[in-house]
Design a binder for this molecule. Structure first.
Ligand code: BGC
Length: 766
């Protein structure tokens, strides 16, 4: 039991094991991984799980969603903002810290239920003084501008003065451990006391001069001295107190952050000062209670219970925790980065990952957050239009990587660890994100029934993306067909190719969806249709042209068979297949790849044709799905975390449930056991969404057909039951599935609905 690792005092911050992720020893080489795993976010900001006293190996990051900067780097990335965590305790100048004392006992744990990080360690310094340091931190979801740390400090075998430094550190940089990428995105604009108590640091981003303020104050009963020090890039509040052997002292740090995104520059300090003062007056406990109440509501919607499979149950919850914690409750000008707010990789940029991997979770569980994500794309529609024009196309082309202004943020160049620079062509050729944005809207509307969005902002995006595809497809006269040449599909190991099947299919889908949308709008809401036509100047001739184009798009496949060809010429590549699997059943890189270039073989990075089967399943019959799944499964090395969950879902579709279960385990544990070796760079957000999809779409068999919710479970033999909640068009539904596949439905809110369960129509009641 995780609870047993901690003292009674911390009991209020602990829960049963289903909710706890335990770190039971301190190994510096694991610091960066745990910083990602234990990162706390509240939809507004994220702070990695670094230690308050600092450690040698650490990438301490605090990001506020939407605060990007470029400076000397290749792209606009989330700027690492002042580190508010710092608390250093000293006894006679000796730091009471995890790295300079002997560790007599150690435990840290993430409590996912209450969204807090708990720690307890017993340290002995060089002079034999022993101190017990226990603590908890949280970033409030009740008021996203409040965060706090509470430490319980007990001198176990000595009495003396304990000195404390409460630090806000503005010296932080991005990529502090990667010499070639290091960059400082902020400069200080203020370093001063926060009124009578506390420290205040203000900084601005270097390109846009966007101001960010951070204020912090520490409270300890019996404090003798409080001083403010301006130490260059650190704002430090100093305190001390007399500590008596065996007595426990509470050290509470109250913190607030505001940026110019919420307040005008002149008001930032005032807002912070007020927040910190009120927070300290109300106390840690009150805010923590409010925070946990918000989490209780969130979990009430989002939790999945897998009975009989504890490890997986916890791992699935871990993925949901980070995904739901990062999405903003109110801001529709921010998206969700590929590594959430948990690490530096990909600079906080949004990819197709959002629409195709994360969006279904939000649309089913938190529809209002899904709508925010849709609105984000709408706000950046003009930028997508400009991007299309810049690249010589019509309509709107969404950037492969998107930050705050909608311009392409995928770098043109990148530097390898050995110092070599290479030109990165991803943004030039990987265009399928534009279809993903369109698909995301259609899917969001299918799940939520939000036709208000569809017939307004949604239609505008959809039509503009269809326009893009119509201009991107080129007519090849001698073959009398439309093609997309020089393009990269989801499999980035073949770059560029001609006629990537996935891209061509999705382009066709986008055009067809819009033709149908125009028809329906014309009939059912002619005023809205007229407004759309006027706004984006779409004439009947243009729609007629789309009709022509969509009917002649080239979709490569093996002549006379249902075997789909990933791209034109794929079958001519050297046939290398995966033959060996490791002890975790994971594909081992084929020997052949030691001598031949990956690009010249059929080995692929991630689900590509199989991703297509997943998204547009209704376009393929069973035989086609089965054949292609097994063909491409033998050729997919899962070089991207976006791959295993899709293979799990499709594995179930084709009746291969044991493999699907193994894929799900792989995906769910990916970060927890650092399977890709890069969890230090952040949590794999798309994978987290994919895990949710695997459980809900795969094993629970949830789908929507003709506006009716279907549930057709296929639980693995390891599970004794599965419980979850979803929304279906305004109705909140509790679903309980038993091991034998029987399903119980309860309507929690909204109208009673008819659901098709295992092929039979059933009324779900309150
Ligand atoms: C994958 C992309 C993905 C990106 C961000 C890449 O490795 O190939 O499909 O969008 O990571 O997660």
């Amino acid at each position: 039991m995780v609870r047993e690792r901690f003292s009674e005092r911390l009991n209020q911050f602990l829960d049963d094991d289903r909710w706890m992720i335990l770190q039971d020893s301190y190994k510096p080489e694991e610091n960066l991984k745990y910083e990602s795993l234990f990162c706390l976010t509240n939809g507004y900001l994220g702070t990695r799980g670094s230690y308050e006293e600092g450690t040698t190996r650490s990438i301490p990051c605090t990001y506020v969603n939407g605060v990007f900067d470029k400076s000397e780097t290749f792209m606009r990335e989330l700027a690492n903002l002042p580190n508010w965590l710092g608390i250093k305790l000293y006894v006679e100048k000796e730091l009471v810290g995890i790295e300079n004392c002997e560790i007599l006992s150690f435990a840290r744990a993430l409590n996912m239920k209450k969204a807090c990080l708990v720690k307890q360690y017993h340290l002995r310094d060089r002079k034999g003084r022993e101190t017990l340091v226990e603590g908890v931190r949280f970033v409030s979801r009740a008021d996203v501008h409040r965060m706090a740390v509470k430490l319980y400090v007990t001198p176990l075998n000595y009495s003396g003065i304990i000195e404390i430094e409460n630090i806000i550190d503005g010296s932080v940089i991005n990529f502090c451990d990667a010499p070639r990428f290091k960059v400082k995105h902020i400069y200080l604009t203020a370093n001063e006391a926060l009124g009578e108590k506390g420290a205040y640091l203000e900084a601005a981003t270097r390109d846009n001069h966007l101001h960010v303020g951070c204020g912090a104050r520490v409270e300890v009963k019996g404090t003798k001295t409080v001083l403010f020090h301006d130490f260059g890039e650190q704002a430090v509040e100093f305190l001390d107190f007399d500590a008596a052997e065996g007595k426990t002292y509470e050290v509470v740090k109250y913190v607030s952050i505001y940026t110019e995104r919420e307040k005008c520059k002149e008001e930032i300090k005032e807002a912070i000062s007020r927040t910190v003062q009120e927070f300290a007056a109300e106390g840690f406990t009150k805010e923590f209670e409010k925070h946990t109440q918000v989490y209780e509501k969130l979990w009430n919607q989002a939790d999945i219970k897998i009975q009989g499979d504890e490890k997986l149950d916890q791992a699935v919850r871990f993925n949901i925790f980070h995904l739901m914690s990062t999405a903003s409750d109110f801001d529709d000008r921010v998206n969700i980065g590929a590594k959430l707010l948990h690490g530096e990789e990909y600079g906080g940029h949004a990819f197709w990952d959002t629409e195709l991997f994360m969006m279904p979770f939000f649309a089913y569980v938190f529809p209002e957050k899904a709508r925010n994500l849709e609105n984000y794309r709408y706000h950046l529609l003009d930028a997508a239009r400009a991007n299309a024009r810049k690249n010589g196309f019509c309509g709107a082309q969404y950037p492969w990587e998107s930050a705050d202004d909608g311009t392409e943020q995928c770098p043109d160049w990148t530097i390898e660890p050995d110092g070599t620079c290479y030109r990165c062509y991803v943004a030039v050729y990987e265009h399928h994100v534009t279809a993903a944005v369109a698909y995301g809207i259609a899917n969001y509307v299918k799940i939520t029934g939000d036709v208000g969005f569809l017939y307004g902002r949604g239609a505008e995006i959809l039509m503009e993306t269809a326009r893009f595809w119509a201009s991107r497809l080129q007519y090849v006269e001698e073959k009398d067909r439309y093609e997309i040449r020089q393009v990269t599909g989801p499999d980035e190991w073949h770059e560029p190719v001609d006629n990537n099947l996935y891209t061509n299919y999705l382009a066709r889908w986008n055009l067809r969806y819009c033709l149908e949308l125009a028809r329906v709008m014309r009939e059912t809401c002619p005023d809205k249709y007229q407004a759309l036509v006027e706004k984006i100047q779409i004439a009947e001739e243009e729609l007629n042209a789309w009709k022509q184009v969509q009917g002649k798009i080239y979709l490569p496949r093996k002549e006379g068979t249902p075997l789909l060809e990933q791209f034109e010429g794929y079958f001519d590549l050297q046939e290398v297949v995966i033959e060996k699997y490791d002890e975790n059943d994971w594909p081992i890189k084929p020997e052949a790849l030691k001598t031949v270039e990956r690009q010249s073989t059929q080995i692929i990075k991630q689900a590509d044709v199989v991703m297509l089967l997943h998204l547009l399943g209704e376009e393929f019959d069973e035989e086609t799905t089965k054949l292609n799944y097994s063909f491409y499964e033998k050729r997919t090395l899962h070089g991207s975390s976006l791959s295993p969950s899709i293979y799990a879902i499709m594995g179930l579709k084709v009746g291969d449930s044991s493999k699907a279960y193994r894929y799900l385990r792989r995906a769910a544990l990916l970060d927890l056991i650092d399977l890709q070796g890069n969890t230090r760079e952040g949590i794999h957000a798309a994978n987290a969404g994919g895990v949710w999809q695997t459980v809900i779409f795969g094993f629970a068999g949830v789908s929507i057909e003709d506006e009716v919710l279907h549930i057709h479970p296929n639980l693995p033999k390891e599970w004794e039951g599965l419980n979850f909640r979803i929304h279906h068009r305004g109705t909140s539904l509790e679903v309980a599935i038993s091991a034998d596949g029987s399903v119980e439905l309860t309507v929690l809110e909204g109208e009673e609905i008819t659901v098709c369960v295992n092929g039979e129509m059933r009324k779900a009641r309150r």
